[in-house]
Design a protein around this ligand. Structure first.
Ligand SMILES: [Zn+2]
Length: 297
């Protein structure tokens, strides 16, 4: 089986991102003009055109408000995962609060789709060395694949020495897959690529070249895109730092073109399809990372 790369979307509004948390109160989310629906539909059209299925990590708040949208994504054969209820960073929650939030979001998504939800991505990759306890809770609550660890240095997320390729973690409640954000080792640094601001920032030729390097290392890429990244005309949020402004708004008008080009150039599927293809390349069945060694990171 050829290597299939993981195509993922985090379904949330432009005003729900972590960078705006301090200026956009959750209590006022209802007051902002919604734009998520048409851009999810646009993504679904693009995927249908390219005959690709993907994983959609849906925010519970969105699923509650737009159940038809979630049913539409599911009816088109895509995998549905949880992106938490209200985009709270995992390391800001207690283990009990995290579990409660996860249970609520899984129940909501399962009610809408009639299927078990077994994949999860934390808001802003917020499983870090401070919140590794979340892995155990994910396994206990029936998640079999997590995509919340970014093996890089970043001010808001990242475990700088975490493994670069998908791997299994042994918890007291069983084995869970971790499918990390994609990065390349480069001159002693780790260069993130393949999603969000990195995808918008790098020119297309560079992303292609970096993807080819990852493929030469025989590991699958994980692309992640938000509906708001295809929406250059979204209302601008004031009162944020220059860094946040740059990260959120840089090259929004290039996302759609880049997404289409990359869909044509590489082979994509859902998280589950990507993992299956990667396992078929001959992954060592004994290569399972114990929680205790992760916690060192
Ligand atoms: Zn998010």
């Amino acid at each position: 089986m050829p290597l299939v790369h993981a195509l993922t979307f985090d379904v949330e509004e432009y005003f729900q991102v972590s960078a705006f948390e301090r200026v956009v109160s959750r209590l006022r989310w209802d007051e902002y003009p919604s734009r998520v629906g048409p851009f999810v539909e646009k993504i679904l059209d693009i995927l249908a055109e390219h005959g690709v299925s993907a994983t959609f990590f849906v925010l519970g708040w969105i699923a509650k408000k737009y159940p038809k949208l979630i049913r539409l994504i599911h009816s088109m054969g895509h995998e549905i995962g949880s992106h938490s209820m209200e985009h709270r960073l995992v390391y800001d929650l207690s283990p009990g609060e995290f579990r409660e939030d996860l249970r609520q979001s899984l129940k909501l998504l399962e009610d809408h789709t009639g299927e078990r939800v077994t994949v999860f991505r934390a808001p802003s990759f917020s499983i870090t060395s401070r919140s590794l306890w979340a892995i155990e809770i994910l396994a206990e609550e029936g998640i079999t694949c997590d995509a919340s660890i970014y093996p890089i240095v970043h001010d808001r997320y990242g475990i700088p020495d975490a493994r670069l390729e998908p791997h299994r973690i042994r918890t007291d409640s069983g084995i869970i897959w971790e499918f990390p954000g994609t990065a390349l080792s480069w001159m002693g640094l780790r260069l993130p690529l393949g999603g969000g601001g990195y995808l918008r920032l790098y020119p297309l030729w560079l992303t292609r070249r970096l993807f080819q390097r990852v493929i030469r290392q025989q590991r699958p890429i994980m692309m992640y895109v938000h509906p708001w990244e295809l929406d250059p005309d979204q209302p601008r949020i004031g009162g944020i730092s220059p860094v946040s402004r740059f990260r959120h708004y840089v090259n929004l008008a290039t996302t759609e073109k880049k997404l289409r080009a990359l869909l044509r150039a590489f082979s994509w599927g859902s998280l589950r399809e990507s993992l299956a293809s990667w396992q078929s390349q001959g992954v060592d069945p004994d290569d399972v990372v114990p929680m205790s060694t992760l916690a060192r990171g």
